[in-house]
Design a protein around this ligand. Sequence first.
Ligand code: SF4
Length: 176
Amino acid sequence: MLVKDYQLDIISPPCKPGAERWNAIAHLSDDISAVLPYLNATLRDCIYDHQSGVLTWQRGGRRIVIRPKEIAVTNLEDREDAWKVVESLVKTINETWERRADIEPDYRKRERLKALDIYKLLPGTNCKACGEPSCFAFALKVTVGEADIERCAPLFTDGYQRQWDELQALVKAAPG
Ligand code: SF4
């Protein structure tokens, strides 16, 4: 077991209308740096920076930041939710650590796909062959994982090899 104990600070929402969400920080008893590359390899959509030892993750509308001795979570419903979410994260960390022999650790720094970066590499003809009304609409869907670049048939015609290679590299380097 990697995380044996932690102390949880639950931060109540500020006294202003519309700000009723809670935040929490778990101060861990043990340094969990070693598990971060394994989490990076297994958690869908996480962003990891090995150099600074920070992994961020969006899950169920919450932002989660995992550092060597800390787990911070935003957008919680109440105290009970804070305990439940942090317990579940600690469980995920410990289970990932137990399974590490079967996981290839991933030390890469990955960044989210940006629609504009995708769009710049598409043919830009708005031909709708992908089923989307425009190339930009298609690019937006690619960034959120709702469309695969293979759906853009014109990319497989003459003259688009470089764009295809760059798109593949972008998608490969992104989290998820
Ligand atoms: S198939 Fe390709 S070129 Fe045509 S609209 Fe879709 S993304 Fe643009």
